[in-house]
Write a protein that binds this ligand. Structure first.
Ligand code: NAD
Length: 453
């Protein structure tokens, strides 16, 4: 029996003991997870520094604070989320009890990605524990140090039978995928997303796919470009552009392109100094493969800001590309790096058409002071999430569902959405063995006499 198979079997056996279902147990495990993050803060930050050159503050801001607040919310709300949810009754069930009972699904497989390896792996785990499931955790092999911290320390805090960590790469993940799960929660690219769905189909396992794609950013010419470009520069270059909801490209009127470039350039300098390569707040591309991919994406586009790079260090400076054509290489795939192409459009109609002709994005950003324009964008486009006049921040709001639509994924999480996503919503109707007269009509024979016709 493989290591992966053993981990799943142990988790299932532990699930069948029923201990993960008790609310007290779920709360104790969530508190242990919270303690783990507090006590091992140093190890987590060191690992993220080694994996992504992330600063200590960056680790709190982008990785741990969000997960901690998800844990706090779950601790506060768990009783309410797990309680029976009464629903409207029909005339025929007026004297019955009718409600929805959230129940655990069983064993959940969580497959994480490397770009925010803590947030996208431990984040979904909060929902899995809160919903009363067992969970097999498979962190990304690409962020190997973070993966190691999970493997080494998580079992010291959590029930290791119910929540095993299985490390490894493609081979190990594929071995895991042969097993039967009750839900697979995958974060990563769409190509692997298809492999996950195919494997899940063999066992009719439902999946959540947290994918990516090209998230457009439309800038209206009548908005405050200084503030807009500052927020865009932050959203784009954080984590070196390796953010699933980073604005992938800008759509704007040709008349404001030069101003947009100037403003973004100004902010790059302010955020990361004249030399971002030396700046502790600026990251690196995760590996040589992605470095080469990004360099080749720049081919054929005209560079408006920087473009500097250093292969040995996997460094690419915050870069802006101007007058990019829709058929340019950089517009054919999710960039996932610090390159910001500007595509000019002559009207909002053109922008909407441009967005709708492509895959449904994970995020859509609109910068405008015109409420009507924003409402139009909301009404006439589709995306996983939408934000007006800022970037990334919708990820931090636990009351908003986070997830994609179409090519950007399926399913959702954060707060109660994560709990619901990893629960089965069981419909329950409780009747008493009384008032049989009410049922008279439904029993055959359906004679005219009985029906009163
Ligand atoms: P990755 O390389 O870390 O892969 C993700 C996981 O898939 C890993 O655990 C890996 O072991 C596994 N995997 C890789 N190849 C596999 C295969 N052939 N068979 C089975 N398993 C396999 O991460 P990535 O895919 O490079 O991540 C980047 C992508 O993830 C981007 O598209 C980004 O937008 C997306 N992303 C989405 C979110 C979100 O919340 N929607 C968050 C982060 C990243």
């Amino acid at each position: 029996m493989s290591r992966e198979q053993k981990a799943v079997e142990r988790a299932r056996k532990a699930f069948f003991t029923g201990r993960s279902k008790s609310l007290e147990y779920r709360i104790s495990q969530l508190k242990n997870l919270q303690r783990f993050m507090q006590e091992r803060q140093k190890e987590i930050a060191e690992a993220l520094k080694k994996d992504l050159k992330r600063s200590e503050f960056g680790t709190s801001l982008y990785e741990t604070l969000g997960v901690e607040s998800e844990i706090n919310l779950a601790l506060k709300k768990l009783k309410e989320w797990a309680a029976p949810r009464p629903v409207n009754k029909s005339l025929m069930t007026i004297s019955d009890q009718v409600y929805i009972q959230p129940e655990p699904l069983g064993v959940v497989l969580i497959i994480g990605a490397w770009n925010y390896p803590w947030a996208v792996t431990v984040g979904p785990l909060v929902g899995a524990i809160a919903a009363g499931n067992a969970a097999v955790i498979k962190p990304s092999e690409v962020s190997a140090h973070t993966s190691k911290v999970m493997e080494e320390f998580l079992p010291l805090y959590l029930d290791k039978e119910l929540y095993p960590v299985v490390t490894g790469g493609v081979k190990e993940t594929q071995e895991l995928l042969k097993q039967r799960f009750d839900h697979i929660f995958y974060t990563g690219n769409g190509m692997v997303g298809k492999i996950i769905m195919e494997a899940a189909a063999k066992h009719l396992t439902p999946t959540t796919l947290e994918l990516g794609g090209k998230s457009p950013c439309y800038i209206d010419k009548d908005c405050d470009l200084t503030i807009a470009c500052r927020r865009i520069a932050w959203g784009k270059y954080s984590n070196c552009g390796q953010t699933c909801i980073a604005p992938d490209y800008i759509l704007c009127d040709p008349s404001i392109q030069d101003r947009v470039i100037e403003e973004i350039k100004k902010n790059i300098k302010e955020f990361y100094t004249e030399n971002p390569q030396k700046c502790p707040d600026y990251g690196r591309i995760i590996n040589q493969r992605h470095f080469k991919r990004l360099m080749s994406l720049m081919e054929g586009s005209s560079i408006a800001v920087s473009g500097e790079h250093n292969e040995a260090e996997c460094y690419i400076a915050p870069t802006v590309l101007r007058d990019v054509k829709p058929d340019a290489k950089v517009m054919q795939e999710e960039i996932f790096g610090p390159l910001l192409p500007i595509v000019t459009v002559n009207s909002v109609d053109e922008a909407i058409k441009f967005i709708n002709q492509r895959d449904k994005p994970l995020a859509l950003y609109i910068f405008s002071s015109d409420k009507k324009l924003i409402d139009r964008m909301i009404a006439e486009t589709s995306s996983g999430g939408l934000m007006a006049n800022d970037c990334l921040m919708h990820f931090s709001v636990s009351s908003l569902p986070f997830g994609g639509v179409g090519d950007s994924g399926m399913g959702r999480y954060h707060g109660k959405h994560g709990f619901d996503n990893l629960s089965h919503m069981r419909g329950v109707l409780l009747k008493q063995l009384k008032m049989e007269a009410v049922n008279k009509m439904r029993y055959p024979p359906h004679t005219a006499d009985k029906l009163g016709w």
